[in-house]
Design a protein around this ligand. Structure first.
Ligand SMILES: NC(=O)c1ccc[n+]([C@@H]2O[C@H](COP(=O)([O-])OP(=O)(O)OC[C@H]3O[C@@H](n4cnc5c(N)ncnc54)[C@H](O)[C@@H]3O)[C@@H](O)[C@H]2O)c1
Length: 318
């Protein structure tokens, strides 16, 4: 039986699909190649993972026929399609509710009709809101999200609990902590800062540089996703982070070093919806999934830089 990966042309989805194919699974991808960022990059992601056991369906998950087609011959679903990003969710909250709550509901209903009971899906560290007690533990309250995006991820976790309760479906929510690496979304901090540095433009530093994030290398997240898929039972929630906090000023310096550039900084006020820090407590994932991230920020940035510098069109086409 195959695995359906929704959003499989995206950043995390293309890596997850590649890893599934590499271990001998058949993979069906559904992706609408939307224009949140350049669809050409998504086509390149798909081209990079081309494989005889990969079936790519270009279509929107709102479409019942597309969902039905994508679920044929499938016994597990990894749902990664979503509208990501905190700031754009403040501009267009209704779109985020549709994408991140309505679509998972439609997908779960289609899975029920098809008799499919197993799903792993992407929640987010943003469910913790501007939580100050670090590291963030899964047992903390998540009822104070600070953006519509975060609210949709809290809602998605509630939906997972509900479908587990009503129908006994096995659903695991993975709270990803800022994922980076090869194929990272171009509007995310590391990719965006790299592009600006190569263009000789200033880096917008929101705040005094002391905000800090747990940046998780894609090569560490992917085994966590596969381990969650292999251990689906009941309704579970796991943090998947690197478990290391990196200050924004250190991150900018690190990107400059990896690219051989000297960053110019433009200091700007903190933005609404931003949180001041994120840091994952990964004990539960370590114990129950065998999750073990190993990539330091310096190693991860070096790998990102190798990928990025080999693709000059990523910064020259603007
Ligand atoms: N990247 C991170 O740091 C991060 C952190 C926390 C959570 N997440 C979550 O992980 C998931 C994947 O994130 P990503 O960074 O790979 O994003 P991405 O935008 O690169 O990938 C999402 C993919 O889903 C597709 N898609 C969106 N809506 C669709 C629809 N209605 N029908 C079909 N396809 C659709 C998009 O075209 C895109 O290719 C998302 O749910 C995101 O919220 C990501």
């Amino acid at each position: 039986m195959a695995v359906l990966v929704t959003g499989g042309a995206g950043f995390i989805g293309s890596h997850v699909s590649e890893a599934l194919l590499a271990r001998g699974e058949s993979v069906i991808v559904i992706d609408n190649l939307n224009s949140f960022y350049d669809p050409q990059l998504k086509r390149q992601n798909i081209a990079a993972i081309d494989h005889p056991n990969l079936n790519v369906i270009i279509g929107d998950l709102s479409d019942a026929e597309i969902r039905k087609q994508g679920l044929e011959g499938v016994d597990r679903v990894i749902h990664l399609a979503a509208s990501a990003g905190v700031r754009p969710s403040i501009e267009d909250p209704a779109k985020y509710i549709h994408q991140n709550l309505m679509i998972p509901t439609l997908l779960l209903e289609s899975m029920r009709s098809a008799g499919i009971t197993k799903m792993v899906w992407a929640s987010s560290s943003s469910v913790y809101g501007d939580h100050l007690d670090t590291p963030f533990s899964e047992s903390a309250s998540v009822m104070k999200p600070v953006s519509p995006y975060a609210a949709t991820k809290v809602g998605g976790e509630a939906l997972a609990a509900c479908y587990n309760h009503l129908y006994g479906m096995d659903i695991t929510s993975l709270r990803f902590f800022t994922v980076y690496g090869e194929r990272q979304r171009p509007e995310m901090a590391i990719h965006k800062f790299a592009r600006l540095m190569m263009q000789g433009r200033p880096i917008p530093q929101f705040g005094d540089g002391s905000t800090a994030r747990d940046y998780t290398y894609i090569g560490d997240i992917v085994p966590g996703v596969l381990a969650a898929l292999d251990r689906l039972k009941g309704c579970q929630v796991y943090n998947l982070g690197e478990a290391e906090m990196v200050r924004l000023d250190r991150l900018i310096d690190g990107i400059g070093q990896a690219l051989g550039q000297t960053p110019q900084i433009e200091v700007l006020p903190l933005q609404p919806g931003d949180v001041t820090r994120t840091n994952a407590d990964i004990q539960r994932a370590q114990t129950q999934l065998g999750y073990q991230p190993t990539t330091s920020i310096e190693q991860g940035l070096a790998r990102f830089a190798d990928w990025f510098l080999a693709r000059p069109w990523l910064w020259q086409n603007e």
